[in-house]
Design a protein around this ligand. Structure first.
Ligand SMILES: [Zn+2]
Length: 371
């Protein structure tokens, strides 16, 4: 263990639906295969916000510390961990979801379907909204000490977007439609560009700045106002996509679950993707495509278009550790630097203020529990 560790650990605990508060817990102690991590940065995402405001309840129904994506410094290790891999002081990013790496699904990269029961941090088990956390060493990936927390925190989104856009088989000259300007969407733009897409149209909420998306490689930016006329906005977007594609439709459409634009994503995607095209949904969890909430007519349209247009749907819920490592190597090499776009680094006690920023705004904030 690192010398001088405190004996208390400041955590944000969601005690029950909508009832969250900061509290001190005893310092955790790593199990044999675990590392003790001093959390330096944790992303603010839709699930922590929903847990804290009570719109989602963790599956166990017990108190939980939110925070899926986090990184930090190794300050201790269990007895069975090879210390040469993780010396004290190593900077590590933590994969957001646990998996065994050896079952039928893990060997195919479908780690979200792990037969050993994949667990998501901040949902099934305590996550990164705390100063110290113990995690399996197998979920940790070290990175260069010169990489900032702002950059390293992008690794899970980069790995997810890379996985999805690669499976979408984007070819040089293709047209891609992306919903949202959150980190995952921006990564989708970067990878689409890298794979050779020529035209990348991004849809953002009224307050979203086109600049971030354009600097990542987007070629067109369309605002979508959730309070505006949905039919009219759809027609405007459709006109843009058809003009770009000689009337065919986009070769691929990509969105992450927390894009926050108000676009009814699947309903718009199935109509604007070309026949034989591909839709990539990143981290779209159970219930997100709720047919009742969407309305029967729209749900029926989605099913009909998926079949009649021969659309491929790719759901990205996980990625292999090798892809996670690759994402960190890209970040180290300066290939995926979105550093300036992570705008706010705030202390843990600012969680309430950050959560109130709303869906699209929160994605550029990180909490830094050591501040
Ligand atoms: Zn497995």
């Amino acid at each position: 263990m690192e010398d001088g560790l405190p004996d208390r650990n400041l955590c944000l605990v969601v005690h029950s639906a909508g009832n969250a508060s900061l509290m001190q817990r005893p310092m955790p102690s790593p199990g044999p295969m675990q590392l003790l991590i001093r959390v330096e940065a944790v992303r603010v995402q839709a699930i922590p916000v929903a847990l804290a405001d009570g719109t989602l309840v963790a599956p166990s129904g017990k108190p939980i510390v939110p925070g899926q994506e986090f990184c930090g410094v190794v300050v201790g290790a269990g007895s069975s961990v090879d210390r040469t891999d993780f010396p004290i002081g190593t900077k590590v990013a933590v994969a957001p979801r646990s998996f065994c790496e050896s079952c039928y699904y893990c060997e195919r990269g479908q780690t979200n379907l792990c037969e050993m029961g994949a667990e998501l941090f901040g949902w099934h088990v305590d996550g990164g909204y705390q100063q110290y956390v113990c995690v399996s060493h197998r979920l940790c990936q070290s990175f260069d000490k010169n990489v900032s927390w702002k950059q390293a925190i992008l690794a899970p989104s980069a790995a997810a977007a890379s996985y999805g856009m690669t499976k979408a088989s984007i070819l040089p000259g293709d047209t891609v439609l992306v919903f949202g300007t959150n980190v995952c969407s921006l990564m989708g733009i970067v990878f689409s560009r890298g794979l050779g897409a020529e035209s990348i149209c991004v849809v953002g909420s009224p307050g979203a700045s086109p600049q971030q998306a354009l600097s990542c490689g987007a070629t067109k930016f369309v605002h979508w106002d959730p309070s505006g006329d949905e039919g009219q906005q759809y027609q405007n977007l459709r006109a843009v996509i058809l003009e770009e594609t000689d009337g065919r439709g986009a070769d691929a459409v990509m969105f992450a679950s927390d894009h926050g634009t108000g676009v009814p994503d699947m309903y718009v995607a199935v109509r604007l993707v070309r026949p034989g095209g591909c839709i990539v949904g990143v981290r779209v969890w159970e219930g997100a495509a709720d047919a009742d909430a969407l309305g029967g007519e729209k749900a029926a349209c989605i099913v009909e278009k998926l079949h009649s247009k021969d659309i491929r749907y790719i759901s990205v819920k996980g990625f292999s550790m090798s892809l996670f490592e690759q994402a960190l190597r890209w970040i180290e090499g300066g290939l995926l630097s979105l550093g300036p776009d992570v705008e706010d680094c705030l202390p843990l006690n600012a969680w309430d203020e950050v959560h109130k920023k709303g869906a699209e705004g929160i994605s550029t904030c990180i909490l830094c529990p050591q501040l």
